[in-house]
Design a protein around this ligand. Structure first.
Ligand SMILES: Nc1ncnc2c1ncn2[C@@H]1O[C@H](COP(=O)(O)OP(=O)(O)OP(=O)(O)O)[C@@H](O)[C@H]1O
Ligand SMILES: [Zn+2]
Length: 670
């Protein structure tokens, strides 16, 4: 009877494969047609995953029935044929996975173990054990794919998604589809409306809820000139917004794309667990065959339940995606789960100076003329040369010039920016340089005594001093002050308390201001005059000395160092997501969430370790019970099912807590 069941299972599988082969051309055609029709802009891989999830859910459904019928057949033996049939049907995906890894990849891995267990259990006349094994296989798949899908949907859920907006043509409002918006269009926004695009307010004032994008739960008042972003909501007021980008290019759309791409990554710990499972599959099968004559076929087969890789995979994926969604609700975008994993291990944190530990915006505190020019001309020339740059120094100069009545705007041409040095431009036919000492040295322009003194005077106060020169000599010194972020000192203390041994400031600025800033923050280590490649070298040196380095800074300017670091955190906000190299982005542009990220990273690591210990413990117990007490296939499979259920519940539990929190947060936000 049992052998008939095995024959039936293998026969059904073979039949299914033959039928599939004959259908393939038709499926291919359907697939091609599907591609052509798809204009929704969704990523094909996301779509494939969504389809896979639907299929796996159906498989799990069959698994449920198989389980129920097998249990039922103990009370009602007439159900046995149906139970066996449904169990065999539920087994087909496992057989296919086994065939794929064995035949196509030539690999004896966990899939092969699954097949042996299922077919073996049928052969021993224990369809229930086979059904349990199938059910766990399907449940784990659903959990993994489901958590990936959840990570993707993270931003969609509850997101205001307008379809029509009011576009202004002169003074008349024309209802237009969001898809038809173009950069430069003027859109009218009023209370209660979702912002459909990224743009700037032209007139009016509104307060917006941007919790979805930055985790900020307090409404933010905005006026003319302020940027607004798609995915936020107008809580109050009216405004006209000039569209900068719409559709697929908005910050929101880019965040969603990143989430989609990142959702597939596995953490190192997960990969390790899978590697172990794959490596132990063959020895496990061998051992089982070896002890067969001693402990009997049932116990020998039951030992194979000791490779719970599907369960480990499911628990790992759940742990990672849960933490990721909890963080996103607070405005922290984890692009890559591996960055969070690395962060848990970090013992050295390097900070960039401007915009990281200090506020983004600098203020011009003094303009000193040291040559023939008047101060206003020094500032006007500097502002003109920097006009097109986004560097914090450039923005400060431009803002300062705009505020002074005696600084009429002048035109610069042929501007050239050299990272870590400064800019040069041509103004009224004359070459002008703006930058630090390095920049002038490189251009061969001498720094005279007066300029030296002005530089030194600014730098002892911790200010960044820029030299402004024409082709022959220095014409003036502009000093800029950065305000510390109020939260910086507390956060540095927190990191020290968490056992981060080394904290240092790394800056391209001159020695004196860097040191003064570091002292003000209570940092004992500071590296100054470091160019971008130098920052990457520093990270490499520290790593060679056995350190695990986290670099926190501007994800675009410090790209080299960030790529080299074990973990990179960017405070660049989401302004330049596409070019940002950091694995973790603090979307509100501040450091306030950093402690939360560190705590979460460590919690996740601890959770993944617990998962591995839990299943490792189970493997040992199951092996011992079968070797010692000859537990057998059925009791062993029931034990497996019970341990799996408890483990899954334990992994899911924290999610309820964080979902609750976020609902509260959203409530306060409006
Ligand atoms: N736009 C600019 N205009 C003038 N000088 C500049 C500009 N950008 C950089 N510099 C010069 O290069 C130095 C290093 O700046 P850079 O932003 O590359 O380094 P950084 O390490 O990011 O600085 P920080 O630590 O202050 O953030 C500045 O102190 C300044 O002297
Ligand atoms: Zn910087």
């Amino acid at each position: 009877m049992a052998l008939v069941q095995v024959g039936l299972a293998l026969g059904t599988y073979a039949g299914q494969r033959v039928a599939e082969r004959s259908q393939r051309p038709r499926r291919l055609r359907r697939l091609l047609r599907g591609r052509g029709w798809d204009r929704s802009g969704r990523q094909p891989d996301a779509e494939a995953d969504a389809q896979a999830l639907t299929r796996r859910r159906a498989d799990l459904h069959v698994g449920n029935w198989a389980l129920a019928l097998c249990v039922g057949s103990y009370a009602l033996p007439v159900l046995t044929p149906a139970a066996v049939a449904v169990t065999i049907y539920s087994m087909l995906p496992l057989l296919r996975a086994g065939e794929r890894s064995l035949v196509r990849e030539g690999r004896v891995g966990d899939d092969a173990v699954n097949v042996v267990v299922c077919v073996g259990a049928l052969g021993l006349g224990q369809p229930l054990a086979a059904a349990v094994q199938c059910w766990i296989y399907h449940a784990a798949d659903v959990a993994v794919l489901g958590s990936r899908e959840r990570a993707r949907r993270l931003l969609d859920a509850g997101l205001p998604a307008p379809t029509r907006v009011r576009v202004l043509h002169g003074d008349t409002e024309v209802p237009t589809a969001v898809d038809g918006l173009r950069p430069g269009d003027l859109v009218a926004l009023a209370t209660g409306e979702p912002v459909p695009v990224d743009g700037r307010i032209e007139c009016g004032s509104i307060s917006v809820d941007q919790q979805r994008l930055t985790g900020e739960s307090v409404p933010r008042p905005l006026g003319p000139g302020d940027p607004v972003y798609a995915g936020t909501l107008v809580l109050h007021g009216e405004a006209r917004v000039r569209v900068a980008v719409a559709g697929r290019d908005t910050r929101l759309a880019r965040v969603q794309r990143i989430l989609r791409e990142g959702a597939g990554h596995h953490t190192r710990l997960q990969l390790q667990a899978e590697a172990i499972a794959d490596a132990t599959a063959l020895p496990l099968l061998g051992a089982s065959a070896l002890v067969w004559p001693v402990i009997g076929p049932s116990a020998a087969l039951a030992i194979l339940f000791s490779a719970p890789i599907n369960a480990v995979r499911a628990a790992g994926a759940l742990a990672v995606s849960n933490q990721q969604s909890a963080l996103l609700r607070e405005g922290v975008l984890v692009k890559d789960g591996r960055a969070l994993e690395a962060l848990a291990q970090v013992d050295t944190v390097l900070f960039d100076k401007t915009g990281t530990l200090t506020a983004d915006a600098l203020q011009v505190s003094e303009v000193i003329a040291t040559g023939d020019w008047v101060p206003a001309r020094v500032l006007a020339a500097a502002a003109a040369a920097e006009a097109r740059l986004t560097h914090p120094l450039a923005q400060a100069l431009v803002a300062a010039a705009a505020q002074r009545a005696d600084c009429p705007p002048v035109q610069a041409t042929a501007t050239d920016f050299r990272v870590g040095f400064g800019v040069s431009a041509v103004i009224d036919g004359e070459r002008v340089l703006v930058g630090g000492r390095r920049h002038l040295h490189a251009a061969g322009i001498p720094i005279d005594q007066r300029a030296q003194r002005a530089l030194a005077a600014a730098e002892v106060q911790g200010e960044t001093a820029l030299l402004v020169a024409d082709a022959a000599a220095v014409q003036g010194v502009i000093s800029l002050r950065a305000c510390e972020r109020p939260e910086s000192v507390g956060i540095l203390h927190f990191l020290q308390d968490q056992g981060v041994a080394q904290l240092a400031l790394v800056s391209g600025d001159a020695e004196q201001p860097t040191r003064v800033q570091a002292q003000a923050l209570g940092l004992t280590e500071a590296y100054s005059n470091v160019l971008p490649e130098g920052k990457a070298d520093l990270v490499r040196r520290l790593q060679a000395a056995g350190r695990r380095v986290c670099f926190i800074g501007d994800g675009v300017n410090d790209a080299l160092a960030m790529r080299q670091a074990d973990c990179a955190i960017s405070l660049h906000g989401a302004a330049d997501l596409a070019t940002d190299t950091a694995g973790i982005l603090l979307l509100d542009g501040g450091l306030r969430r950093l402690p939360r990220v560190v705590v979460t990273a460590r919690a996740q690591q601890a959770q993944l370790r617990r998962v591995l210990t839990y299943w490792g413990g189970y493997a040992v117990v199951n092996t011992a019970l079968n070797l010692g007490l000859r537990l057998g296939v059925l009791p062993s499979s029931l034990l497996f099912g019970a341990v799996f259920g408890v483990g899954l519940l334990a992994t899911r539990a924290p999610r309820l807590g964080s979902a609750h929190q976020s609902r509260d947060g959203a409530h306060h936000g409006g």
